[in-house]
Design a protein around this ligand. Structure first.
Ligand code: SF4
Ligand code: SF4
Length: 213
């Protein structure tokens, strides 16, 4: 039953994933498609003020691609801690945003140029995401994504999961968490706090004890 609920919750993600493939595949020819990138960025920032990384977990076309089409190809390991340190994540943010701003300044008045730059940044980061996704886990990129870092800093940890004493520490929730978060160890405190929680609900749907809310 939990599996059926989880699948129905993610049906729309196949469509969002298709949108991302469409933009990546045709953006070189139709540059305006690249504007999907800033639209998703702005949506993520608005969502961050409301509920942390909720857009990452539920409405990001690339995140949806990781959860659907790409999922069977992804690894099963945790992302190395060296890649998830604040120093690495904020450094990556500075590098990628500097690159994007430098590229945009090449023809500041041309919307077509801006679209091409957004498409290019999306292509480069998606290629990196595919590599780390195969090496570690499908959503490994989401552990280092600069927009995810910003959204986690803005609103991560505001809306927490609660975990009840019914938890049997079976670990099924952690196996189903796309980010590989530690959940069961919070059983004693009753609250799972993680600024990178995507509010996807996968852990809640998977828990056989209904211990998560
Ligand atoms: S799946 Fe449920 S019972 Fe199992 S560890 Fe997670 S919260 Fe606890
Ligand atoms: S902790 Fe639960 S809601 Fe948060 S990302 Fe993991 S599975 Fe999704």
């Amino acid at each position: 039953m939990a599996t059926i609920i989880a699948l129905s919750r993610t049906n729309y993600k196949w469509g969002l994933a298709f949108l991302m493939l469409l933009v990546l595949g045709l953006g070189w020819k139709y540059p305006y498609l690249g504007f999907m990138v800033p639209i998703v960025m702005v949506a993520g920032l608005i969502g961050a003020f409301l509920k942390g990384r909720v857009v990452c977990g539920n409405y990001c076309p690339r995140g949806s691609f990781f959860d659907t089409w790409f999922r069977p190809l992804g690894g099963l390991s945790k992302v190395p801690k060296t890649l998830t340190t604040p120093l690495f994540r904020w450094s990556l943010l500075v590098v990628l945003f500097s690159f994007m701003i430098f590229q945009l300044s090449g023809d500041i008045g041309s919307a077509e140029h801006w679209g091409t730059v957004f498409w290019r940044v999306c292509l480069i980061t998606t290629l990196i995401a595919l590599v780390v996704g195969v090496l570690y886990r499908p959503r490994a990129w989401c552990s280092i994504c600069p927009m995810g870092t910003i959204q986690g800093a803005i609103g991560g940890g505001k809306h927490t999961l609660s975990i009840s004493s019914a938890c049997s520490t079976c670990g099924i929730c952690e196996m189903n968490c796309p980010m590989g978060h530690d959940i069961a160890r919070s059983r004693e405190s009753g609250i799972v706090i993680n600024s990178d929680c995507l509010h996807c609900g996968a852990c809640i749907a998977a828990c056989p004890q209904n211990a998560l809310q």
